[in-house]
Write a protein of this length. Structure first.
Length: 134
């Protein structure tokens, strides 16, 4: 998990540096005057709604469920859902075909869904299933 967090942090820092370089190259900031970046963008520069939401729902219970997955499923789920890697990159890292990655993701997510369903209902993330839903 530490490696995942480190990579997410480093990727975010790289993106911010590239953004600053692109703004400087495109607009230039040689003299005094207003910042060339849109003031609305500046006001939300450090805001990460997706990250905030993720941090608000991922707790020890969910991390334990992920840790309890069999290794091949856990690796596929973490690389895809937490790291955001495309299937081809995951297949290369895991040294398996893309179809195997898709299968492992499906089964890993199904196992997580089964293990975490009651917890998600209890926390109010989803509504409980009724007999008509099944």
């Amino acid at each position: 998990m530490f490696t995942i967090c480190r990579n997410v942090f480093l990727r975010g820092r790289e993106r911010r540096q590239r953004h600053d370089e692109i703004v400087t190259e495109t607009v230039g900031q040689d003299g005094p005057g207003p910042n060339p970046v849109n003031p609305v963008w500046v006001s939300v520069l450090g805001v990460d709604p997706e990250g905030d939401f993720f941090e608000s729902i991922v707790d020890e219970h969910i991390m334990q469920a992920i840790d309890d997955l069999p290794e091949e499923y856990r690796m596929a789920v973490v690389l895809s859902d937490l790291e955001g890697l495309p299937y081809a990159d995951i297949a290369e890292l895991m040294e398996v075909p893309v179809g195997t990655v898709k299968s492992r993701l499906f089964w890993g997510r199904m196992q997580l869904q089964n293990v975490l369903y009651d917890y998600a209902v209890e926390m109010g993330y989803i509504a409980a299933r009724t007999e008509t839903d099944e």
